[in-house]
Design a protein around this ligand. Structure first.
Ligand code: SAM
Length: 345
């Protein structure tokens, strides 16, 4: 297998029999390397307060129509304890990029969750200093999730006022240096994206050797500057799945979630199809229902009125309908560097 841009481009243009082969190869590689288990990770969107103004994002600082919220530590703990009772093994704590929340406060939340539950903790709160990542790791953080969004530096810099792709990639290097299990990824079809960019996004994931890679279609949010900019592949949404399948072939040992945005574009089946085309992780929403509508990164986000139990049971139904078992245990990275670290501990 050649891991080149040219080959990625060729695969991304598969049609007919070649496309069927691409999907079936991605599913085979997923089964061989990651097994049939589907790991469940529960996401808690604990605050929609954000200091950034990413041009695509519904919770950007300038969107005055968003009712801002931040869950209290008690509310976060309540969600974490309920997750443990429901047999979750990972909590993903996600929020906007809130400069006001002190590193210590997040550190304290991580410590409390680690003390009161056996959950693995993933944090996803944007660009931070290396010292902060290191401090959170010492508090018990297991993993960090930070998408690079696009490998096209000019496009990245245009979409992220006050932030450059170089800075984002430095954060990812820092996490790698600290031996924190690192997840990253990108949006598929940002306005201005070319197929070459999509191929480069996949290659960049391989270069960084991420432990987890989350990708999903860009969906225009009407209250953002990109509200009238259609997805670059709006006339060819099959490309969303092609991207996922090629991503799996180029990153055989990464955890790859079937992200919610797939369901927003293909209601009721997007995530199920993603699980059949390379994905091995499902992330039901565990944010309390009263906050769901206020964390709308894009319109049509599914499950906004489902409580955490409903989100979990519909995930289980989908996974079982594919004849796949639920993963047991934390589902940590299977990459060699982490296996070696765990055996040292
Ligand atoms: N602030 C943290 C960060 O930037 O990593 C985490 C929260 S951020 C809102 C989570 C992800 O939502 C982003 O990485 C981005 O890929 C995705 N997202 C935001 N707006 C989107 C849109 N309009 N369509 C699809 N995905 C979107």
């Amino acid at each position: 297998m050649e891991y080149t841009r040219l080959f990625a481009l060729k695969l991304l243009q598969s049609e007919g029999r070649a496309l069927e082969r691409l999907y079936s190869n991605a599913d085979t590689v997923r089964r061989k390397k990651m097994g049939d288990d589907v790991f469940i990770r529960g996401i808690v969107e604990f605050s929609n307060v954000c200091s950034n103004n990413c041009l695509y994002c519904g919770i950007r600082a300038s969107n005055r129509n968003v009712r801002r919220y931040s869950m209290t530590t008690e509310e976060i703990m309540e969600a974490a304890i309920a997750m443990e009772e429901n047999n979750f093994s990972t909590i993903v704590l996600q929020s906007g990029e809130i400069r006001d929340i002190k590193d210590d406060e997040i550190g304290e939340i991580i410590r409390k969750i680690k003390k009161k539950t056996s959950l693995a903790v993933t944090v996803s709160v944007g660009n931070r200093r290396k010292e902060t990542y290191s401090f959170w790791r010492d508090c018990g953080m297991d993993r960090y999730f930070l998408r690079f969004e696009t490998s096209d530096a000019e496009l990245f810099n245009r979409l992220h006022p006050g932030c450059t792709l170089k800075e984002r990639l430095t954060c990812l290097d820092d996490l790698h240096d600290l031996e924190i299990q690192t997840g990253s990824g990108f949006m598929i079809g940002l306005p201005g994206e070319k197929l070459e960019t999509l191929a480069d996004n996949i290659l960049l994931c391989r270069k960084f050797d991420f432990d987890m890679i989350g990708i999903g279609p860009f969906i225009p949010h009407p209250e953002t500057p990109l509200g009238n900019s259609p997805n670059a592949y709006s006339d060819n949404p099959e490309l969303f799945f092609k991207a996922l399948a090629v991503l799996r072939l180029f990153n055989p040992e990464a955890h790859i979630p079937a992200t919610t945005a797939f369901d927003a574009v293909f209601p009721g089946e997007g995530r199920t199809l993603a699980l059949q085309r390379g994905a091995n992780i499902f992330m039901p929403n565990n944010t309390p229902v009263k906050y769901r509508e206020d964390y709308l990164l894009y319109p049509g986000k599914p499950g906004v009125d489902e409580d955490p139990e409903q989100c979990l049971s519909s995930a289980v139904v989908r996974i079982k309908s594919l004849g796949r078992p639920l993963g047991k245990g934390p589902g940590h990275s299977i990459k060699k560097r982490h296996r070696e670290k765990r055996s040292r501990e």
